[in-house]
Design a protein around this ligand. Structure first.
Ligand code: G1P
Length: 292
């Protein structure tokens, strides 16, 4: 048994990146030379996922186009003998099967995921939030899949966050069942204030869910922010069935915020052989110039 399907919600307006997102999807904003969504889909591919469903909204066609072939561009590059670029462009078009469904109103993450029901059928599936990029040796989705293989239950990826940050995330409470990495979940709370947070174990948007989540999504009322929260549906699922959480290995970047985006850009540049030296020189120069 393996997880072959992933759902990636991309319907958001990306207001934190306005005015860039006035005409460009936030998922298409690049980190170095690849749009952010490329990294999320890459995580899926490297985790063995075979099909991706984008939950989209109006004006997001460029995301699907990006993962399609572009024969005109390929022809252009071929004619000019740009074989390396040609291969890169072709590989993106052949990376993975993608399809999309329109979320006609943006009523929350839970609402977005409910659109995936017919796509996933009776299988368990991964959810990857593209605003959160994780650099790790084993992709996070693959790390969660290995826990899912053991327990055959839903698994939520979590990381420790500073106590004052709990109100930015879905927070998990439970008992460790396997050293300090895997927990059996008691409950999950969406964006609790630090004083109400049972732990500081937060999800950056990595989940493996079974099909029962769709019944839970139908049952939950609107939650934090007046939205249908995936966290509330997972909390309900944990009351009916076992749900696990797993503290994954890796460095996470909140690329949905300007600070996280800048951080990811510098980090990704330093980790790539092509840009490492350039970025090192830039940083050294800035430190000197602005006496940082
Ligand atoms: C969503 C989820 C939240 C999760 C977060 C990760 O919130 O509702 O549980 O921790 O993504 O980024 P959002 O940031 O979309 O408000």
């Amino acid at each position: 048994m393996k997880i072959t399907k992933a759902v990636i919600p991309v319907a958001g307006k990306g207001t934190r990146f306005l005015p860039a997102t006035k005409e460009v999807s936030k998922e298409m904003i690049p980190i170095i030379n690849k749009p952010m969504i490329h990294y999320a889909v890459m995580e899926a591919v490297e985790s063995g996922i075979e099909e991706v469903l984008f939950v989209t909204s109006t004006g997001k066609q460029e995301i699907e186009n990006y993962f399609d072939r572009n024969f005109e561009l390929e022809h252009f590059l071929e004619e000019r003998g740009k074989s390396e670029m040609l291969e890169n462009v072709r590989n993106i078009g052949n990376m993975i099967e993608v399809c999309s469904v329109r979320q006609k109103e943006q009523l929350g993450l839970g609402h977005a995921i409910s659109y995936a029901e017919s796509f996933v059928g009776s299988e368990s599936f991964a959810v990857i939030l593209g605003d959160d990029l994780v650099l790790s040796e084993t992709p996070v989705t693959a790390q969660l899949e290995s826990i899912w293989k053991t327990h055959q239950k839903s698994v939520i990826g979590v990381m420790e966050v500073p106590n004052e940050d709990t109100s930015k995330y879905g927070i998990v409470d439970g008992e460790f069942v396997d050293g300090k990495k895997t927990l059996k979940m008691n409950k999950m709370i969406e964006k609790p204030l630090p004083k109400d947070a049972p732990t500081n174990l937060a999800t950056p948007g990595r989940y493996i869910l079974n099909k029962d989540i769709f019944d839970c999504l139908r049952e939950i009322p609107r939650g934090v922010g007046g939205e249908y929260q995936l966290t509330d549906a997972i909390n309900l699922l944990a009351k009916k069935d076992e749900v696990f959480a797993h503290v994954f290995d890796g460095d996470r970047f909140d690329t949905g915020s300007i600070a996280g985006y800048l951080n990811a850009t510098v980090e990704f540049a330093l980790r790539s052989n092509e840009t490492k030296e350039i970025m090192t020189e830039i940083i050294k120069d800035k430190i000197k110039r602005y006496k940082l």
